[in-house]
Design a protein around this ligand. Structure first.
Ligand SMILES: O=C(O)c1nn[nH]c1-c1ccccc1
Ligand SMILES: [Mn+2]
Ligand SMILES: [Mn+2]
Ligand SMILES: [Mn+2]
Length: 334
């Protein structure tokens, strides 16, 4: 990247070798005004974060220390202006206001590069105060179809997407909060015997994409169901798990609850399975069509869950999936 020179005419804040709050504040304003940042900085940010998250455990373990708090957010799906609304209501990330984003940062909404770069910039600035779990939309197959690949190529270039793709494969798959709440994007497993240690021991670097079977796929794809036992997934990938599965997993692993995302909820969140399976979704008015609220969860040092809902805000007139590459049929017709 050193060979790339930033032109004197570039009107944005300059980035040196380390991330700064000033750079982030300038980037937030540029993105709000429909501007981009220099591709040199895009490469720097993604490469720095890829190295940071690569070195993290497959299950990150963190505590909410005295005088700090943690906000858990669910899917944001490229809805940058709604993420700004969340930060306006709940506070921007700081040293003692930590954030965890529980996957599906990108795809669908047409400001996916803005969201990904902002979350990455915060990760680089405060790596031990800002946490990212991989979602099923941090994968090549989904990004090709649901807009992120097309948006990277349209706003930046092909290399930008390749770097993001490599960084997505490096992301942790779960984050344990205060030994009581396991957060992951999708949900639980086809096997009752899976323990936190199995997740810790999972070598995520051996398998870059989740595929159609296995622990990684299930962590990114499964959904809760009201009936006991396990059932087929409505998505054709993964499975559905009932309240008994969640109870056994929590009891076997000393957990209070599992916090997951991956599905829209009309109120932005939902406590299911007798409060042991919690869904949090942070993309209000999803795809500009569903009349759902967004939500986030605030957790203090006493590890109590405080649920907050919020509404979508107006955004520039760019539709969801504006950069999605031509559909496969159209591509074949080319
Ligand atoms: O984009 C979504 O709605 C989504 N969020 N998580 N998984 C999906 C999805 C969308 C289409 C097909 C399969 C999964
Ligand atoms: Mn999603
Ligand atoms: Mn998902
Ligand atoms: Mn919208």
């Amino acid at each position: 990247i050193d060979s790339i020179k930033v032109e004197d005419t570039y009107d944005g804040h300059k980035l040196g070798d380390v991330m700064t709050q000033e750079f982030i504040d300038d980037m937030i304003e540029r993105f709000k005004n429909g501007k981009k940042i220099h591709r040199k900085y895009v490469f720097q940010i993604i490469k720095a974060v890829k190295e940071l998250v690569y070195a993290e455990a497959t299950m990150v373990e963190m505590e909410v220390e005295k005088d700090t708090s943690l906000t858990v957010c669910g899917d944001t799906h490229g809805q940058y202006f709604d993420l700004m609304e969340l930060f306006r209501l709940n506070g921007f990330p700081t040293d003692n206001h930590m954030y965890l984003f529980n996957g599906d940062f990108v795809d669908r909404g047409s400001w996916s590069t803005e969201i990904a770069l902002l979350l990455y910039a915060y990760k680089w600035l405060r790596p031990n105060r800002f946490f990212l779990n991989r979602g099923n939309h941090e994968t090549d197959d989904m990004n090709k179809v649901y807009g992120f690949e097309g948006e990277c190529k349209a706003k930046y270039n092909e290399k930008t997407f390749k770097l993001f793709s490599e960084s997505f494969s490096a992301l942790p798959l779960a984050t344990l909060i205060g030994k009581k709440y396991l957060t992951l994007h999708g949900g639980l497993f086809s096997d009752d015997k899976v323990t936190l240690d199995d997740i810790r021991k999972l070598d995520r670097h051996k398998q870059r994409q989740p595929g159609q079977a296995g622990l990684m796929m299930e962590m990114l794809w499964t959904d809760p169901q009201p009936q006991p036992g396990r059932g087929p997934s409505k998505r054709g990938v993964g499975l559905q798990f009932g309240p008994d599965v969640t109870k056994r997993f929590c009891d076997n692993n000393g957990l209070e609850a599992v916090i997951r995302s991956h599905e829209v909820r009309m109120e932005g969140y939902e406590e299911e399975h007798n409060g042991k399976c919690i869904t949090v979704f942070s993309a209000p008015k999803y795809c500009d069509t569903t009349e759902n609220k967004g939500a986030y969860i605030n957790i203090g040092p006493e590890l109590k869950l405080e649920f907050h809902k919020f509404d979508a805000v107006p955004h520039p007139d760019i539709k969801p999936m504006a950069y999605a590459q031509n559909s496969l049929m159209q591509q074949m017709a080319m």
